[in-house]
Design a protein around this ligand. Structure first.
Ligand SMILES: Cc1ncc(COP(=O)(O)O)c(C=O)c1O
Length: 352
């Protein structure tokens, strides 16, 4: 398979916008090519200049920690941008389809809907495991992308590599594996397979373990030819210099992220133990992430009770296979204690 043949025809022939910083990216004595403000700005620093459209410095740092080449990296305004661009690049509006499992992260469907792309979905097993055959069965000749979210939001589990690779090997199109939560279970990443399959795409983000959701920085790792396609259709300067600099700082202090992950995993374990002892808790599902999917009795009443007490969790009870379930992000020790106390109080009041 030549994966580039799967790119939409108009994108294959598209002549991209060539920005000033595309045409000249070195250092020069006088830069009068981009209609920037040569006098500077109210802020100290080079903010008057457009950023590098390809974020080379930041990609070099990411390439080291992820063990991929710079050419295999795309950076987006959140991973949502990368997901959107893949759909734009590969799916013909009003004609093509994507396949995804249910339940999963809601933006996949919205991104497809925005581009008038049909969504074909299949159910995970009751224990939220993935069966490759189900994904492959949902595919037809219009399907251009299969999206697998591992670890999955909202079920919190990572899928078996064997099943994911079966999908990758047997599908004649892009398989996008969204690993937004992978820093909480790095041993479950499929990224090391990137060089073996030209149709494999892996998505990561700085929004979760790195603690930089406010920055909006997502990553896509893929074959360098695919990355070239994304670069062709992205906004020219999609990542700001502020984002780039703060992300570089975070990578240079990667031990901070690792220690936060350790703390979150410790808190997660405590939360699981505490929840398991409360009688309205029917099931705490296994988590490979920084959140828990928990099945309760009297879910709606509990949800409202928590909200009325200033504790906001996510109601996932309408999602397939998630009846009675709330999704709870692991917080600080203090936040988790407030949550547990509130659930216990609710439970106590109900049992009186
Ligand atoms: C599975 C998954 N992918 C992607 C995202 C979005 O990440 P970003 O903040 O990088 O756009 C989320 C956010 O909750 C998510 O759960």
């Amino acid at each position: 398979m030549n994966i580039l043949e799967k790119v939409r025809k108009n994108i294959q022939v598209l002549k991209p916008y060539s920005s000033a910083r595309d045409e000249f990216s070195g250092t020069a004595r006088v830069l009068l090519d981009a209609n920037e403000n040569a006098f500077g700005s109210a802020e100290k620093g080079n903010w008057n200049r457009y950023p590098d459209p390809y974020q080379r410095l930041l990609k070099e740092k990411i390439s080291v920690i992820k063990n991929v080449s710079v050419e295999q990296i795309f950076l987006g305004n959140g991973s949502d941008e990368a997901i959107d661009l893949f759909i734009r690049a590969f799916c013909e509006p009003g004609q093509d389809s994507i396949v995804l499992h249910e339940p999963t992260y809601g933006m996949f469907r919205v991104a497809a809907d925005i581009h008038d792309i049909t969504v074909k979905s299949f159910l995970l097993n009751d224990d939220f495991s993935l069966i490759a055959e189900k994904a492959l069965k949902a595919v037809d000749e219009t399907t251009k992308i299969i999206i697998i979210c591992s670890p999955n939001n909202p079920s919190a589990n990572a899928f078996d590599h064997e099943q994911i690779l079966k999908v990758v090997k047997n599908f004649d199109g892009i398989v996008m594996v969204d690993e937004a939560y992978i820093d909480f279970c790095p041993e479950k990443s499929i990224l090391h397979q990137l060089n073996n399959y030209e149709n494999l795409v892996v998505i990561n983000t700085f929004s979760k373990a790195w603690g930089l959701a406010g920055l909006r920085l997502g990553m896509a790792f893929a074959h360098s030819e695919i990355i070239k396609v994304l670069n062709k259709i992205k906004y020219p300067y999609n990542i700001s210099d502020v984002t780039k600099q703060l992300a570089i700082n975070a990578i240079e202090r990667i031990e901070v992220m690792h220690s936060m992950v350790e703390s979150i995993l410790r808190q997660r374990e405590k939360l699981v133990n505490a929840l398991s002892q409360i009688s309205i808790v029917k099931e705490v599902f296994h988590s490979d992430t920084n959140f828990l999917l928990v099945r309760f009795e009297k879910t709606q009443e509990l949800f409202k009770y928590l909200r009325d007490h200033g504790i906001i969790v996510r109601d996932r009870s309408k999602q397939p296979l998630c009846e009675g379930c709330l999704r709870i992000t692991v917080g600080t020790s203090q936040e988790n204690e407030l949550l547990i106390t509130a659930i216990k109080d609710f439970n106590h009041n109900k049992n009186r």
